[in-house]
Write a protein that binds this ligand. Structure first.
Ligand SMILES: Cc1ncc(COP(=O)(O)O)c(C=O)c1O
Length: 343
């Protein structure tokens, strides 16, 4: 058990001792000049893992998504996004700020937009309105409590995109969680998108970094956009080295995190104030509504904090995330803390 059971996010994971050793020993060059061998290796590995032509190492998931949208779109265009998506809600408005496109939000069933509804929302080209050019998907879906988007839904959206000549960008920050939970390979999901961003620094426990993968000419332009946004990194091999371990070693253990999230959900569902269906917890993110006769969300988090359990308040509720650095005893401590505070 850790000194503090930190369930705020899977981004709090610390690099493993093996990652720290790999950082110390990494062979490096100057990645902006294109000769850092460890970055080159990571980018090739990322592309191959997703079945794409080329990859780009970026400092964050937000930069990966913003670069992708910038490359796929032009001004006067519109991008279809799911209403609760991270790209739309949590990335400081880069759709408008960087790409100067308008977002068109579509509501969904647990993150899966209905392909017919998406099709109805594609604009008819006209002098009055923006041209729809891109659909953004998210898998797993963070704000839908880590829901896995079914492959069939991807297929339906791909058909719509192809009928209308649109691109699909997948925010796969936690795509390996989706694969671990569903048994569908990351390649199958990636094969239905034109580009994919996935994060090394969340459940996969690397200290920094995300990958953007797609066609070679897309990545060539993405590399220029990354530079323009200040994301060119020099001896970046020290960061790519733990990324390689994340990608080759850490993907296999995500099922453990999912098991712990389910156990945590079973332990707190039904407690006073907690609105949570444990059957809806598919991966490592647990979100529940909170309405208690004598406690606010802030009061609950404060009580948990005093018992050395950290969680996050989100609109109308609370979020807990399992990851490498919380074990079964951390889950037991959290369940006990919830019971003591709420009953
Ligand atoms: C679904 C999703 N996409 C993108 C991001 C952005 O990643 P970063 O925090 O590395 O910018 C996050 C971060 O939590 C996320 O949950």
């Amino acid at each position: 058990m850790s000194e503090i059971s930190d369930f705020r996010s899977d981004t709090v994971t610390r690099p493993t001792p093996e990652m720290r050793r790999a950082m110390a020993e990494a062979v490096v060059g100057d990645d902006v000049l294109g000769d850092d061998p460890t970055v080159i290796m990571l980018e090739a590995l990322a592309a191959d893992t997703m079945g794409k032509e080329a990859g780009l190492f970026v400092p964050s998931g937000t930069m990966g998504n913003s670069v992708a949208v910038k490359v796929w779109t032009r001004e006067l265009e519109e991008v279809i996004v799911e209403a609760r998506s991270h790209i739309y809600n949590m990335e400081s408005t880069h759709l408008t700020f960087i790409s100067r496109v308008t977002p068109r939000t579509i509501t969904s069933r647990r993150g899966a937009m209905d392909p017919d509804e998406v099709e109805r929302n594609i604009r008819t080209p006209s002098v009055h309105s923006p041209r729809t050019s891109l659909i953004c998907l998210e898998n797993t879906h963070n704000s839908w409590s880590g829901a896995v988007i079914p492959l069939d839904n991807f297929r339906g959206l791909r058909e719509v995109a192809d009928r209308h000549g649109l691109r699909i960008h997948l925010d796969g920050a936690r795509l390996f969680n989706a694969a671990a939970a569903s048994g569908v390979s990351v390649r199958e999901y990636a094969g239905l998108a034109d580009s994919v961003m996935f994060c090394l620094s969340k459940g996969l426990s690397a200290p920094v970094g995300s990958m953007l993968v797609g066609p070679r000419d897309f990545i060539d332009t993405a590399r220029r956009v990354r530079k323009a946004l200040g994301g060119g990194m020099r001896q970046a091999g020290v960061l790519a080295a733990p990324g390689i371990i994340a990608l080759t070693g850490m993907t296999k253990r995500l099922g453990e995190d999912h098991g712990r999230a389910k156990r945590l959900a079973a332990g707190i569902a039904g407690l006073p104030g907690v609105s949570l269906d444990p059957a809806a917890i598919e991966t490592n993110i647990l979100i529940f509504g909170f309405s208690h006769p004598r406690l606010t969300c802030a009061g609950l988090l404060d009580g948990l904090d005093k018992k050395r359990v950290l969680a996050l308040a989100i609109a109308g509720g609370v979020r807990l995330v399992t990851h490498k650095d919380v074990d079964d005893e951390d889950v037991d401590r959290a369940v006990a803390a919830f019971r003591e505070i709420l009953i």
